[in-house]
Design a protein around this ligand. Structure first.
Ligand SMILES: [Zn+2]
Ligand SMILES: [Zn+2]
Length: 375
């Protein structure tokens, strides 16, 4: 095949995306104007849309692709059903693709949905043609998932599960609420199109639009607006550097319902071993990124050499204070676990800790003031 020749179209996908999109933007609104949708239609649209998206984000993505936590079989079963309902291929296939995406991010020859190929390609184009025909024969990058009986059961019965959910659920709701066409349109089609494109935005927009607080070594961006549509996956810059963290939005004020779902499941005993990145590593990455940005921005200034030295000295001072602080914090936690006889030692540690915390706060302030000038 010559480089200019495009691989053949995958007609099933082309027709599926085209038909569902046309039905959602043309037929569903027409039906609504003509016959009206009741509150039940909207409520079930919201429920099934959330079920599909959360099965992808909490299940396919954070559980299976990245192993950021462990889940009870009942939760895995729900995610497997919701993932088939979302019509995004089996969890095994999806995770295999996604692991390659992380490993070779932005590499046009290897990343299955490389953002460097443009918005259209990374959003949907990569699924319309047989670009990756030779890639997945044995899913060797997902050996661990092949031991998960639910993953393999879903992979084997994927087609039957997609038909049962995508036709069965809207049909059942249509019978219950006595509007089969309305439910097929809202819960069947509109839900599917919304769910598809909001997930696809993570591969396209989340690699194009937003900030890069942690790394600029890849195209991934943090974007609070996108986080709302993607159930928290908009914090994609953080995710690409710390992919083993069960959170994408790490601050309490960052909108990440997938993180809240996983945390709630852990309180119910349905999720275990939630992995988080040590704070030290996160702060270090952020400071390093700020240093790179500032270094680039001062290059042309007449006193670049002097500024560069000052920046590096300040960075080193911050790093050393940070590592002292987190080391002492660790000691303090360990000391708390040990017996009461060491009470005196603990109070000395605590005093030192408080002093160091104050010093670190000052160091952080001076660092932030410095890099803010050259951001
Ligand atoms: Zn990921
Ligand atoms: Zn990505």
């Amino acid at each position: 095949m010559s480089p200019k020749q495009k691989p053949p179209l995958i007609w099933v996908n082309v027709l599926l995306f085209l038909t569902s999109f046309a039905l959602a933007v043309l037929v569903a609104p027409w039906y609504g104007f003509e016959f009206g949708y009741s509150m039940e239609h909207w409520i079930w649209l919201a429920i099934t849309y959330s079920f599909c998206n959360l099965s992808i984000t909490a299940g396919y993505h954070r559980l299976w692709s990245h192993k950021t936590y462990e889940a009870h079989w009942s939760l895995r079963l729900l995610f497997a059903i919701g993932g088939a309902f979302a019509l995004q291929n089996s969890a095994l296939h999806w995770s295999s693709d996604h692991r390659v995406h992380h490993k070779h991010v932005d590499n046009n020859d290897k990343d299955p949905y490389s953002a460097k190929q443009g918005f259209w390609y990374s959003h949907i184009g990569w699924m319309l043609r047989n670009y990756n025909q030779n890639t997945y024969t044995d899913y060797e990058n997902c050996r661990d998932l092949q031991k998960d009986k639910i993953v393999m059961w879903q992979h084997k019965h994927y087609l039957a599960l997609t038909l049962a959910t995508n036709i069965g659920i809207p049909l059942a709701l249509g019978i219950i609420y006595q509007d089969i066409v309305g439910m097929l349109l809202m819960v069947g089609i509109v839900r599917l199109v919304l769910s598809h494109h909001s997930t696809f935005f993570i591969n396209s927009l989340a690699h194009i639009w937003g900030s890069q607080p942690y790394t600029d070594k890849n195209t991934a961006r943090d974007n609070a607006v996108l986080a709302v549509f993607t159930f928290g996956e908009g914090y994609h810059n953080y995710h690409h550097i710390f992919e083993n963290d069960y959170r994408n939005g790490i601050y309490w004020w960052q909108y990440d319902p997938t993180k809240w779902l996983i945390k709630s499941c852990s309180w119910l005993g349905l999720a275990h071993k939630l992995r988080v990145t040590p704070k030290f590593k996160v702060e270090k990455a952020k400071a390093k990124k700020a240093l790179t940005t500032a270094t680039n921005n001062i290059r042309m200034l007449p006193n670049a050499k002097y500024l560069n030295d000052a920046l590096n000295a300040e960075f080193e001072a911050l790093m050393s204070k940070l590592s002292d602080y987190y080391e002492l914090k660790k000691q303090l936690v360990e000391a708390k676990k040990s017996d009461l006889a060491k009470k005196y030692e603990r109070s000395v540690l605590l005093m030192r800790y408080q002093q160091l915390k104050q010093e670190l706060d000052n160091q952080r302030r001076s660092w932030n003031t410095l890099v803010a000038q050259y951001a």
